[in-house]
Design a protein around this ligand. Structure first.
Ligand SMILES: Cc1cc2nc3c(=O)[nH]c(=O)nc-3n(C[C@H](O)[C@H](O)[C@H](O)COP(=O)(O)OP(=O)(O)OC[C@H]3O[C@@H](n4cnc5c(N)ncnc54)[C@H](O)[C@@H]3O)c2cc1C
Length: 404
């Protein structure tokens, strides 16, 4: 699958993890992880911390899947507003999902603090703008339900929005719990950390074609017919996980992002907030540690890399225009643009754990706009399962979660 076009900004900015280590013989390991993106690296980290022997297998160069294209905003707010999510899944699940995402941001922060891996993790506020009158109604419903359940949220009316964020808008929701990072840098940093500690083996350019499960373990077959035997396999292969799933669980989308040239820090919008809006598809914006601005959105509901790439020029113009409407005084000079594939599930929640109770094939599928916070949760949940313990979070994020 073609996950993104060209080389996204993060791969150019950071060092390339120049490892070429394809599997050349049969191999045995306790846990085999398929995928070396932010999900695979967080999973590997949690397993290593728990003292579980594991190895990563990736068909590409390390970290160059979707994680290299990610704009990596970390928010407790998922793509489906809480007031909508409670209509799709039981209320307890919806609320748990939101609180788990909130906790996940701190857990990600702690992983990078503890390992001292520099992932450009920075705490910033989030501002969710009402795009129109319908958006104001949505903000009202969201504010009510979020305050009722105890999620951190503030309401900004037009005057307060102007004062806080220097935006001429109708209203917004604000909170101080978000963060932004560089998912590619974080992923390769964690993998290098564990490589140095000699508790993780990394195999690149090794495509897993088949997973055969038995009562006591799994056997993986690579493209070149090598066999990997393991007690558990973790599928952290992102949007390409469909090949290992018995049923389609998500729809693929195409999304676009532009990044500006670095600018004088004083010219950046206040608080370096993550900014997004209620319209669908939504526009979103963040800053980087080298004082660039990223604007993304313009999602299209299709997966067709050629069509996706053909639209890039038009999408750049649209994103630039939308930015200008919000911040006419900030001179956004586009340095690079890219488009990527991502996916959405029917309820906006990810899938993690076994497809069927007792399976030794476990999934870590952080689908949706909050993929990275979901990856952290999946890493913890799957480690707990492998340690033979129960994790309540499977009720919220497992394949058999109830819907309404
Ligand atoms: C433009 C864009 C913006 C985004 N913005 C955000 C955001 O703001 N916040 C957020 O939380 N999320 C965001 N996301 C989503 C987030 O980036 C993804 O959820 C996350 O990067 C997925 O990480 P992953 O490790 O699961 O997948 P990937 O990074 O794609 O890694 C999966 C790896 O598995 C390997 N693989 C696949 N199949 C096989 C196989 N058969 N054998 C061996 N290896 C295999 C691939 O080569 C790949 O390296 C965004 C995504 C995009 C594209």
């Amino acid at each position: 699958m073609d996950l993104h076009s060209g080389l996204p900004f993060w791969v150019i900015k950071n060092e390339f993890f120049n490892l070429y280590n394809p599997l050349r013989k049969n191999y045995k390991v306790d846990v085999a992880i398929i995928g070396s993106g932010i999900t695979g690296s967080l999973v590997a980290h949690e397993l290593c911390e728990a003292g579980i022997e594991c190895a990563i297998f990736d068909k590409r160069t390390i970290g160059t899947g979707s994680s290299a294209a990610s704009t990596a905003q970390l928010q407790y707010e998922i793509d489906v507003p809480l007031s909508e999510l409670v209509k799709k899944v039981p209320e307890k699940i919806a609320i748990d999902a939101y609180f788990n995402c909130l906790q996940s941001i701190t857990d990600i922060e702690n992983v990078f603090k503890k390992t001292q891996v520099d992932a450009d993790f920075v705490r910033v506020p989030t501002v969710l703008l009402a795009s129109d009158k319908k958006g104001v109604e949505l903000l009202d419903r969201e504010y009510e339900i979020r305050t009722e359940v105890g999620l951190p949220v503030n309401y900004l009316d037009a005057k307060q929005l102007k004062e806080y964020q220097n935006i001429d808008g109708i209203a917004a929701l604000q909170n101080d719990t978000s963060a932004m990072m560089d998912a590619y840098k974080g992923a390769i940093g964690l993998l290098q950390y564990h490589q140095k500690k000699h508790d993780l083996k990394l195999f690149t350019h090794t495509k897993i074609e088949q997973i055969q499960e038995s009562k006591n373990g799994c056997e993986l077959t690579t493209e070149h017919r090598h066999k990997i035997s393991c007690k558990h396999v973790i599928v952290a292969s992102g949007f390409e996980a469909g090949q290992f799933l018995p049923k389609k669980v998500m729809d693929l989308l195409s999304t676009y992002a532009i990044i500006s040239q670095p600018m004088d820090e004083k010219k950046i919008w206040p608080h370096k907030s993550l900014i997004w809006e209620t319209a669908e598809p939504y526009l979103y914006m963040r800053t980087t540690t080298d004082n660039r601005l990223i604007v993304g959105g313009e999602d299209e509901e299709f997966y067709n890399p050629e069509k996706r790439d053909e639209l890039l020029r038009d999408k750049i113009k649209i994103l630039e225009r939308k930015f200008k409407n919000l911040y006419p005084d900030i001179d956004f000079i586009t340095e690079m643009a890219w488009c990527g594939t991502f996916s959405a599930t029917a309820d906006g929640l990810p899938y993690m754990g076994p497809y069927k109770k007792g399976d030794r094939k476990l999934f870590a599928l952080g689908y949706g706009g909050n993929g990275i916070t979901f990856s952290m949760i999946a890493a913890q949940v799957l480690t707990t399962i492998i340690l033979g313990k129960k994790d309540e979070r499977l009720t919220t994020f497992g394949f058999d979660r109830p819907s309404k």
